[in-house]
Design a binder for this molecule. Structure first.
Ligand SMILES: [Zn+2]
Length: 162
């Protein structure tokens, strides 16, 4: 196996600090893996600029690769092109839903939708569209808090970012 492939495989086991069922790789955050003569360079695109988890993500990548014998691991952040929720694969969206988080919808594409206030957010428990926004911010800034008017369950919505 090529070194870059092997490194990608190792990185695919690192969960997102805020959503443990999804890996950084599945979120589309690992942009590039470069094996240089004396160093390994990993380019990461943070999901949200100013995301408080960036420091932890950087540490997690370094610690894991170094524990597997890789030396001089550099983690570089790249903000261009910016990460968008469209980089998540359908499998990743399904995993989010199974975890109880409504996956980002790019349904109407209007301003409300993009700011996480789409009125048609689908409940991850019962698939109802009869839901209401409770708070623009959930446990983290990238999620909004909703409640379902059919099954009465509150849930978090991973806000679209495009
Ligand atoms: Zn529901």
């Amino acid at each position: 196996m090529m070194a870059t492939e092997e490194i990608r495989k190792i990185l695919s086991t690192i969960p997102d600090p805020e959503i443990p069922v999804i890996s950084l790789e599945e979120l589309g955050m690992i942009r590039d893996v470069e094996v240089q003569e004396n160093a390994i360079k990993i380019t990461v695109t943070p999901t949200y600029s100013g995301c408080p988890a960036v420091g932890q993500i950087r540490d997690d990548i370094r610690t894991l690769l170094e524990s597997k014998g890789y030396k001089n691991v550099e983690v570089e952040l790249s903000y261009t092109p910016a990460w968008t929720t469209k980089m998540m694969t359908p499998g990743t969206l399904q995993k989010l839903k199974n975890y109880g988080i409504a996956p980002p919808q790019h349904c109407c594409g209007n301003e409300l939708c993009v700011s996480g206030k789409c009125s048609k957010v689908i409940c991850p428990q019962c698939n109802s569209r009869n839901t209401d926004l409770i708070s623009e911010f959930g446990s983290t800034a990238c999620k909004a808090l909703y409640k379902c008017n059919d099954c009465y369950e509150p849930f978090e919505y991973f806000k679209p970012l495009v």
